[in-house]
Each structure stands twice: as C-alpha cells, then as structure tokens.
Design a protein around this ligand. Structure first.
Ligand code: TRP
Length: 415
C-alpha cells in the first residue's frame, strides 16, 4: 500500500507535497516506507524540493547560536537535522519574548529500541536545554495497535517500556510531559476535543491524498492523523498551558512530515499558529543506507540492550564498508566515507569534530584501514550504549508515572 501513497495525491490546498511530480526513480519516503536506490541513501536536497520545506543553512545555524548563546549541536552542523518549516518565524517570536513548546513522539512498536530511535530524542533534549522550554512527548500506542499485529494491552505496555528509554535520554521531569494516546484521551477532554475539531476539518479525500489510504483500510487509520496533529495545539494540554495558544516546534524524522503538512493546513482554520518543524535524515541500517533499520531483524541495527560483545560483532560482521577489497588496494585508492556505515555512524555519535575530520582524511587517503575505522566506532558505541543502559536502569515504574502524570511544566510565562 505504501508505494501507492505518493501516487495518490489529488489534494486540494495542502502545502506542496511528496507526490507532486514524483517520478519512478525517486526515493520513497512516507511514514510507513523509506526506500532509496542509491548507495548513499535518500537524496535529501531533492526531498526538500519535493516536500517544499526549507534547507537548514548556515544562516539559520548562526541564528541558533546567536539566540541560544551556545554552539550548535553537531546534528545541525553536520546536516543530520537538515530541513525545516517556519523556523525563522518561530525564532522571531521567541526573540520578541513569545515562548514556544516542543512536541515530539514515538510509535511504540517493539520493546527493543535501536540507535536510530535515539536521534530525535537526543536532539530534542538539546533543544529543551538551550531554549529552556516545555516538552510534550506523544506515544502513539493507538497507531501501532491499528497498524501492527499487536494486542491493545501489548501496545500500552510497549509505550510504558519505551518511555523508560526516552526518559534515559536525560529529560527534565519538571519540563517534560509524556503521554500515551490510549490513556490520555480518557484523562483530558480538551485533547479529544481538539482531535474532533481536526477530524471535522479534513476530508477523506484529503487524507487519501496525503497518506494513500484506500477503501480497505480500517477507519481507525483514517482518523489517526488527527491524533498525531492535536498535540501541536497547546490547548490540548490545559494543565500545562491553560488556555494560552503557544507556538509549537516539532523535531522529527522527515518521514513524519505528511502528518504535519496536514496539521499546518488546518491550524489557521482552528485559530492556531502553524507548528514549526525541524526534520532529520534517516539513520542508516548497518547493511547500508538504502533502507531504514528494521526492529524485526536484529542484525540491521545496534539495539540499546546490546552487550559490548554484540556491538563489536555486529559492527565487524555487518557494517557495510566503503573500503577496498585488499589492504594493498585500500592503501592505494582509499575508502569511500559517503557509503561507509562505520563512518556514517560516527557522524551521528562522535561529537569531536577534529577527530571526525582526521578519520575522514585518513580513511579517504587509505592511511586508515576498515578494521581501524570499525574499532573507533565500536569504542564510541560501546560507551554510548553502556551509559544509556546505566541511566535506564535507574528509571523505575514510579519515575515513568511521574513523567506521565498530568503535571504543570515550567513555561517561560510562568517563571
Ligand atoms: N508516528 C510516529 C512514529 O511512528 C510517532 C509520533 C507521534 C511522532 N507524534 C510525533 C514522531 C511527533 C515525531 C513527532 O514513530
């Protein structure tokens, strides 16, 4: 079904969209499927043009640094968060003293989260720290129940378990509210009221255009986008924002953009600002950048539960190499960092710019061998995963309940 998504766009007044002008050789990028034919992965510049978003350029990065007084996160400097919508407007408002809030989320489809799942949360945590703003995190257990072969009780308990990994990223309880849809709808009428407002503003024809739904899709799927849209409106959280309408910033992987094109389309009609967005690239599978990682094939990724030994074996055995076939050939021709997964993973997780630059130079020239590059990655990942595991071990059920309790956050206006 997902392949049809982009061919179906007969949509009315939504922002410029994926399917417009899509040709057969283009990458497939939608919430259910990411496929690229190129070894270097999705062509993100093309995607920006197709989606009609804007590139995160040096000027915007400089603005981040000026306003926050902090160096930009390496995800920004290295183009891992590469695209945005309306960031300048949001920062204009922020500079004029109008606070915003952050909204991100996760679909809890499996107990084991992998490295790629951390990317949006690591970045969101940084945004929360540098802007000192409240954050809401949606766990779409309803979505995963509707799309996957999961019992309702399983989806609910996966949301709870995933919340522990998310909290282990270091979020501040006083400024973070985590909720699961299946529970929150029954706790907060204002959230469901916004859902229904959105449901009344979008026709079947429109969601068909955006998401490719068809006649045999269950009706839960057709209404689900309204549930992912509603947290972008601050009145969905009266215990945090009262009745104030705060601007919203959503960091997410770019495959989630269709949901927020829809959200941005309905926002003005419901009297809200359009949410601003920061889009990330996809985290590549160990086997190469052609696909997203699969939670069901444990060899395509490093899980947050992997032991140091598993990390070492997976990297050595499965990480796609951009090196040459023999040592002699490698010394002579050098390796290709753009397709080498060990190098690509270091771009995400080695924050030392100098060291990364040196590795790139040495690997490209052939001075560094694939085994040596892999060793660098193994060290970085073993440390990262061990530290995550240590933090997660501290997160009891009690802690999760505190994050998920309907509690006020430290909004700027309140301080
Ligand atoms: N649909 C997302 C997923 O499957 C989860 C999600 C809900 C989300 N709200 C979000 C992701 C907001 C990013 C931002 O993972």
């Amino acid at each position: 079904m997902a392949n049809d998504v982009t061919n179906n766009l007969n949509n009315l007044n939504l922002e410029k969209c994926d399917s417009a002008g899509k040709e057969d050789d283009e990458d497939i990028v939608n919430p259910w499927n990411v496929v690229s034919k190129s070894e270097t992965g999705v062509d993100y510049d093309k995607l920006i043009r197709r989606f009609g978003s804007s590139k995160i350029d040096d000027e915007l990065i400089a603005r981040f640094e000026k306003i926050t007084g902090r160096p930009a996160h390496h995800f920004l400097r290295r183009g891992i968060f590469f695209s945005h919508r309306d960031m300048h407007q949001l920062l204009n408002l922020y500079e004029a003293g109008k606070p915003f809030y952050l909204y991100t989320g996760r679909g809890p489809s499996s107990k084991a989260m992998h490295l790629g799942h951390l990317v949006p949360f690591i970045f969101t945590k940084w945004l929360q720290d540098v802007f000192n703003v409240p954050l809401v995190i949606q766990l779409t257990d309803d979505e995963k129940f509707l799309w996957k072969d999961l019992k309702l009780e399983e989806a609910i308990s996966l949301a709870f378990e995933n919340a522990k990994d998310i909290i282990a990223c270091g979020f501040d309880e006083k400024n973070t509210f985590i909720f699961s849809d299946l529970t929150f709808v029954g706790q907060c009428p204002e959230f469901y009221q916004n859902v229904v407002r959105i449901e009344k503003s979008v026709t079947f024809n429109q969601v068909k255009g955006i998401f490719g739904f068809g006649d045999s899709d269950v009706i839960g799927k057709i209404s689900f986008p309204a549930f992912q849209a509603a947290p972008a409106f601050s009145t969905s959280f009266p215990f945090i924002f009262g009745k104030s309408k705060l601007p919203c910033l959503i960091p997410c992987a770019i495959d989630q953009d269709p949901y927020f094109r829809m959200t941005r389309d309905v926002a003005p009609r419901l009297g809200y600002n359009k949410p601003a967005l920061l889009h990330s690239v996809f985290f590549p599978a160990l086997q190469g950048a052609q696909t997203k990682m699969s939670a069901s094939d444990s060899n395509t990724s490093i899980f947050l539960t992997d032991t140091p030994k598993m990390i070492k074996n997976k990297v050595n055995k499965h990480a796609f190499s951009g090196g040459q076939a023999t040592v002699e050939e490698h010394r002579e021709k050098g390796g290709n960092c753009d397709i080498d997964i060990s190098y690509q993973y270091l771009r995400f997780f080695l924050d030392d710019d100098e060291k990364l630059k040196k590795i790139r130079e040495d690997y490209t020239s052939g001075a560094m061998l694939t085994g040596e590059l892999k060793k660098e990655l193994i060290d970085v990942l073993q440390t990262l995963v061990a530290e995550h595991q240590a933090r997660r071990a501290q997160i009891t059920d009690e802690v999760v309940h505190r994050f998920m309790a309907l509690h006020p956050l430290v909004t700027k206006s309140a301080t």
